[in-house]
Ligand binder design. Structure first.
Ligand SMILES: NC(=O)c1ccc[n+]([C@@H]2O[C@H](COP(=O)([O-])OP(=O)(O)OC[C@H]3O[C@@H](n4cnc5c(N)ncnc54)[C@H](O)[C@@H]3O)[C@@H](O)[C@H]2O)c1
Length: 331
């Protein structure tokens, strides 16, 4: 593709899809929002009406097949990602698929194999933390070698609240999956074993939901990573990561932005959710995807990264059920 803007279609216009649609329409260079699809046609039409010349589809497969759509941003629920990503591969269209790539290891492997069979990389997976300026600086610092070998990573991932129906399994597959990718990326190694523990539950936990959870990853080198995940901390959206290396440590997510003194208190604000905390990361992720798609290449987290995360999460679900460490076996 040469000078023309990338014509982007967005599939699924709920919380995250509406955010991505606005990003493509207003903040991303060399991209145009041309279509949206959602089985909730009213929601899709209301969203499209906010922009000029955006077509509305009730069936996402029709959007993918439309020759006026160059590339597809999939922001539908995870259980329909496989069908939609496979349709993009069949149509030869670049796709940015929100995490999780699919719901389990077998379906993620089918996606990896279909992309390979097509002979061309087309898929970027929405692990946006890799594009967050703080995480990117941490990665660069660790990779420089100045701090020596990375030994330990400690993550905190607290959601203030989650939509009704959010289950224990979704804490692993939808929330912890981010730390799975962060740790594979920071260490540059695979996770070989995962344990998911069930500490004393918060009284805010949904009926029958194990909340919070603590996960322990064992890396190929023997290094360890811990993660505390809350679905409902009640407090605000907090994501922190501390990496401990032989000659120093690096922390991201302290939120030490604007500092206010008022009303007999001092301090800063805690965002409500990921859209505020990771706004820059999402912008940079989507811009990188648009730029790469226009050049005809894929950058960032690949289909294989999505597959590896699915394998780790599947083992994590087994550990959540049994309380035992579970080995991670990649194909
Ligand atoms: N990267 C991140 O930080 C992040 C944050 C939130 C959500 N997500 C991911 O984004 C995706 C959507 O999450 P959300 O929070 O916006 O969910 P949501 O429930 O708010 O919205 C989902 C939308 O998809 C629509 N939908 C349902 N079935 C569909 C289908 N078959 N095809 C197309 N659309 C369909 C629904 O009508 C709804 O409008 C999920 O994969 C989620 O894991 C990623």
């Amino acid at each position: 593709m040469t000078g023309a803007a990338l014509r982007v279609g967005v599939i699924g216009v709920g919380r995250m899809g509406a955010d991505h649609a606005q990003r493509v329409a207003h903040r991303i260079a060399n991209a145009t929002l041309v279509a949206v699809a959602d089985p909730d046609r009213v929601r899709a039409a209301e969203l499209a009406a906010q922009y000029d010349d955006v077509r509305v589809f009730a069936d996402p497969l029709d959007l993918i097949a439309d020759p006026r759509v160059d590339a597809v941003l999939i922001v539908s629920p995870g259980f329909v990602h496989e069908e939609q990503v496979l349709a993009c591969i069949a149509a030869g269209k670049f796709v940015l698929c929100e995490k999780p790539l699919t719901m389990d290891a077998a379906s993620s492997l089918r996606v990896v194999e279909a992309e390979r069979a097509g002979g061309r990389a087309l898929i970027q997976v929405g692990f946006m933390r890799r594009f967050d300026p703080e995480y990117a600086a941490m990665k660069a610092m660790l990779d420089s070698g100045d701090l020596g070998r990375l030994l330990l990573v400690h993550n905190i991932h607290r959601n203030k609240d989650v939509p009704a129906g959010f289950t224990s399994e979704m804490i692993v597959r939808d929330s912890l999956v981010h730390e799975v990718d962060v740790c594979r990326w920071l260490f540059g190694e695979e996770i070989t074993e995962i344990t998911v523990l069930s500490p004393a539950p918060t009284s805010y936990a949904g009926e029958g939901v194990v909340d919070p959870q603590v996960a322990i990853f064992r890396m190929e080198s023997g290094a360890l990573a811990t993660t505390e995940v809350f679905a409902k901390s009640g407090l605000g959206y907090e994501v922190r990561c501390e990496a401990s290396a032989e000659r120093g440590n690096v922390t991201v997510g302290l939120g030490s932005g604007v500092f206010v003194r008022a009303a007999n208190a001092w301090g800063g604000a805690i965002p409500d959710d990921f859209r505020a905390r990771f706004a820059t990361a999402y912008d940079d992720e989507v811009q990188a995807w648009v730029d790469a798609s226009r050049r005809g290449v894929v950058v960032g987290p690949s289909a294989y990264d999505g597959y590896a995360a699915s394998v780790v999460c599947e083992a994590g679900l087994e550990s959540l059920a049994s309380g035992s460490p579970i080995k991670v076996v990649l194909s």
